[in-house]
Design a protein around this ligand. Structure first.
Ligand code: AMP
Ligand code: GLY
Length: 435
């Protein structure tokens, strides 16, 4: 007997679990909650911006999350951050018969180990910076001396976007090897990757993959340095805009053909087909696009921009990824640009003051194409507002008919936020405006 109810499966309502607590997850939750297909949304553990959907389970408590998903009849789980993906949350859910869209632990090594990613790129002929991997400090130091600056020194493992040092002088290169291998990065710094310094525009390109094929989504430009004009230390990302002004269909097709498709083929041939979000970080060099890194998840703060521009329903798109049916997906994007300005705590990225009260205007009712996505925010127990809880606090996001308009609107919204001591860049999107 069939359990057909007369409702085509695509119309079925779903219960969704989103794992994570950053600005990226607030943007994803904001988008998912607007889906007519979303019956119920849970965010674990979430932040003050996702309070309506939060469940207090840690992102690393895979069994706790899976038990929760079973108990609540969750139909679809999506994971924001790389930590749980590299740790095997997808394997844990699949073993229990739960539906989840993301890479298993072995496939997540594309992000979790730079050495693994580099080896795959070499094997598949994917353009990337020339590199060497070292387990011994003295060998790394000798190589750095031989190469000379500028050179890039990276911790092999996950380091929250803070494990790469672009050394402009020989002294900086030596210091970076010593700091990374000297214990400052824990297990992530046991090996270093030393690579050629690439020159060109940097771009984040996002695709969804079903193991065999990829659906290109969109590209965006992150602003990783703390200060205006790309000065100061690297951070998790101080803002983003998209689509990049130089982006076009030819460039997208070139990257699909030279990077994304060979990556999926190589993973599939190795018996670890890649499912989930593939985020390729590239530099567009004079010799063509070269891969800086892979990530196996959406970017933060690029996702705030992507979700602001995506007009299609996200739920069927994620389902198509799980079902291998991208041909059924119609992607529709807002015909303009979006900008996200990150407001961070004083002291970020080295340290961050916590417990600073932040006044956030409620823009949810005003459908003006803007949103204030929370990241490290903590709701006060008495319900009177929110306090800062870490480094990146808010992602102030707006869209407009063009980049100049989106940027003006995002910064006008920044002005409306009462956040004493906030640090933010004044030039997000100006790369694209050539100012
Ligand atoms: P990663 O941790 O690999 O994402 O690197 C962090 C940042 O360092 C990148 O976003 C780039 O801005 C910069 N970077 C990394 N590798 C290179 C490279 N080979 N050449 C130039 N810049 C790089
Ligand atoms: N915005 C860069 C990242 O998420 O890694």
């Amino acid at each position: 007997m069939s359990d057909y109810t007369g409702v085509p499966p695509a119309q079925n309502k779903v219960t969704i679990l989103l794992v994570g607590s950053g600005g990226r997850e607030h943007a994803l939750a904001w988008k998912l909650a607007r889906s007519p297909r979303c019956e119920r949304l849970y965010v674990a553990p979430g932040n003050a911006g996702t309070a309506a959907w939060n469940v207090d389970i840690d992102v690393d408590d895979f069994v706790g999350l899976a038990e929760f998903a079973l108990e609540k009849g969750v139909d679809l789980t999506f994971v924001g951050p790389e930590g749980p993906l590299c740790g095997g949350i997808v394997d844990c859910f699949l073993e229990r018969g739960l539906r989840i869209f993301g890479p298993g632990r072995m496939a997540a090594r594309l992000e979790g180990s730079k050495a693994f990613a580099k080896e795959l790129m070499a094997r598949a002929g994917i353009p990337t910076a020339a590199y060497r991997v070292f387990d011994e400090r003295d060998d790394a130091l000798a190589y750095v001396a031989e190469q000379g600056a500028p050179v890039v020194v990276k911790a092999d493992g996950l380091a929250a976007g803070k494990g790469a040092v672009v050394a402009k002088t020989d002294e900086e290169a030596v210091e970076a090897v010593e700091r990374i291998m000297g214990g400052g990065f824990g297990a992530a710094g046991k090996r270093v990757v030393v690579e050629e310094f690439l020159v060109g525009q940097e771009v984040s390109f996002f695709c969804l993959c079903d193991g065999k094929t990829a659906l290109p989504l969109m590209a965006a430009q992150d602003h990783k340095r703390l200060l205006d004009n790309d000065e100061g230390p690297n951070t998790g990302g101080m803002g983003a805009y998209g689509p990049p002004v130089f982006w076009n269909r030819d460039l997208e097709e070139e990257i699909m053909g030279s990077v994304v498709e060979p990556t999926l083929r190589a993973m599939d041939e190795d018996g670890v087909p890649f499912m989930g979000v593939l985020f390729v970080g590239l530099i567009l060099t004079e010799q063509g696009p070269k891969v800086l890194e892979y990530n196996v998840r959406f970017g933060d703060p690029e996702t705030q921009v992507l979700m602001m521009l995506l007009e299609s329903d996200l739920v069927p798109i994620l389902e198509a990824g799980m079902n291998g049916s991208f041909e059924s997906v119609e992607l529709s994007w807002f015909p303009g640009a979006a900008v996200c300005v990150v407001m961070a705590s004083a002291g970020y990225p080295e340290s961050s003051t916590k417990g600073v009260p932040v006044g956030v205007p409620d823009v949810s009712g005003e459908d003006r194409g803007e949103a204030i996505f929370h990241a490290a925010t903590v709701g006060r127990r008495d319900g009177t507002g929110v306090d800062t809880g870490g480094g990146r606090v808010l992602g102030v996001t707006a869209r407009g008919e063009d980049l100049a308009q989106a940027r003006a609107q995002a910064y006008a919204l920044v002005e409306r936020i009462d956040f004493p001591g906030a640090c933010f860049r004044n030039d997000i999107g100006s790369k694209g405006l050539g100012v």
